[in-house]
Design a protein around this ligand. Structure first.
Ligand SMILES: Cc1cc2nc3c(=O)[nH]c(=O)nc-3n(C[C@H](O)[C@H](O)[C@H](O)COP(=O)(O)O)c2cc1C
Length: 171
């Protein structure tokens, strides 16, 4: 698929088949995340890979009952590593760059998954401490996004967007 087809056809999917994700596809998704840009190339983020059903069920609880997190065979937990970014960028690294680094890495993973015929949904609604507990994160990491990955069992219509004229403020 051409890049613009990938970004146009991506949808948030909240219903998954139980078909496993092929290991080579998962590897390609993780490698895509790893080539995302980051502040000072510090890569101030960590990725936790969740496949065990018990952990996926714990993520459902942590994400306030979003059941598809247990349905999708794999979830990635993207975490900011504020300490890592603060070494070079102090407060700005700790508060902003590490979160942006994790966000961009998750975006690359999301688009790579789409390119490979897989589906995802960005999950941001969760309790930080419950996610830490569910996925075994150390206290100094901030979970930024959960990304369930799997084969879609639904085909959602595109959601509307704001008009460009409303968003873009030309000088
Ligand atoms: C920061 C962020 C947080 C989100 N959190 C959730 C979430 O917790 N649960 C969910 O089902 N979708 C979540 N979404 C997905 C959005 O609802 C979705 O991207 C939006 O409605 C547009 O639909 P589309 O992705 O199909 O284009 C989130 C998306 C973003 C970018």
């Amino acid at each position: 698929m051409d890049f613009f087809d990938i970004i146009k056809t991506r949808r948030s999917v909240r219903l998954y088949q139980d078909t496993p994700v092929e290991p080579e596809k998962l590897q390609a998704i993780l490698e895509a995340a790893n080539i995302a840009p980051s502040a000072g190339n510090l890569q101030g983020y960590e990725i936790y890979l969740v496949t065990r059903l018990e952990t996926r069920q714990a993520l459902v609880k942590a994400a306030l009952g979003q059941e598809f997190l247990a349905q999708a065979p794999v979830s990635l937990v993207f975490c900011a590593n504020p300490q890592r970014s603060s070494v070079k960028y102090s407060k700005r690294g700790r508060q902003l760059y590490s979160v942006q680094d994790a966000t961009i890495a998750c975006t690359f993973a999301m688009l790579a998954a789409t390119a490979l015929g897989l589906s995802t949904v960005w999950v941001g609604a969760f309790d930080d401490d419950w996610v830490r507990e569910a996925a075994g994160l150390p206290a100094d990491l901030l979970p930024v996004a959960l990304l369930p990955i799997g084969y879609a069992a639904e085909n959602p219509a595109p959601r509307p967007r704001r008009r460009l004229q409303e968003i873009v403020h030309r000088e």
